[in-house]
Design a protein around this ligand. Structure first.
Ligand SMILES: C[S@@+](CC[C@H](N)C(=O)[O-])C[C@H]1O[C@@H](n2cnc3c(N)ncnc32)[C@H](O)[C@@H]1O
Length: 202
């Protein structure tokens, strides 16, 4: 199955470029941030995207493109409507990711060999650029962008933000930048804000 088919049923899809996250199980649940190359950020993003106190959000998926050693890139996909129970502890979800990177299959998760740019290019080719936005500190405020409410794909950087080349690539595709507030927020917090803004809509 192509990744676009996996993502088609979802209303919201978050795309994270995890520029340092490990692509093999070379870390443990207690070294997500260090040996894992900030896999803690990935884990928190998945929890923010999919977890609710009532269980997984069925309308949301998240793709984190891991770009750390030893064999980048590797896209880690979490599918809200397929996950039965999402671990709410970072350590526990970290263990799930370690299992995936060890080649085990886990319901609701998948790994795919695709680069961040190829992923975005394929999405824009399939659905057009207007429902894809890049969340950026200096973008147009979400409330002033008429298309924000119908956006489906939300691109986010990691602790380092997106590198210049990737930003040039997104600009070349005509993907617009959207701002969520006056400060720079954590990737996982931006996901929560997007959910909150869009959940208000009828
Ligand atoms: C921790 S921030 C990146 C840090 C920053 N770029 C730096 O100088 O290192 C992580 C990501 O969250 C998103 N983000 C953070 N603050 C935002 C805001 N106010 N509006 C929209 N997106 C934001 C961006 O996608 C950013 O790449």
């Amino acid at each position: 199955l192509e990744f676009l088919d996996l993502l088609a049923p979802y209303r919201r899809v978050f795309l994270i470029k995890a520029s340092t996250a490990a692509t093999a199980p070379t870390f443990t649940a207690v070294s997500l941030a260090s040996q894992g190359g900030r896999m803690d950020l990935v884990v928190r993003a998945v929890i923010s995207a999919i977890a609710t106190p009532e269980g997984p959000r069925r309308d949301t998926a998240i793709v984190s493109v891991l770009e750390g050693p030893p064999k980048p890139p590797l896209a880690l996909v979490a599918l809200g409507s397929e996950i039965r129970e999402l671990p709410l502890s970072e350590g526990e979800l970290g263990r799930v990711i370690i299992e995936l990177l060890s080649g085990k299959s886990v319901r609701g998760f998948a790994t795919l060999r695709v680069s961040f740019q190829a992923l975005v290019a394929r999405i824009v080719e399939a659905v057009g650029k207007d429902c894809v936005v890049y969340l950026h500190e200096l973008g147009v405020p979400a409330e002033r962008d008429p298309g924000f409410r119908s956006a489906k794909f939300f691109i986010l950087g990691d602790h380092l933000g997106l590198d210049r080349r990737t930003e040039d690539f997104l600009d070349g595709l005509g993907i617009r930048r959207i701002n969520l507030g006056p400060l720079s927020y954590l990737t996982s917090h931006c996901i929560t804000v997007v959910h909150e803004l869009l959940d208000r809509l009828p």
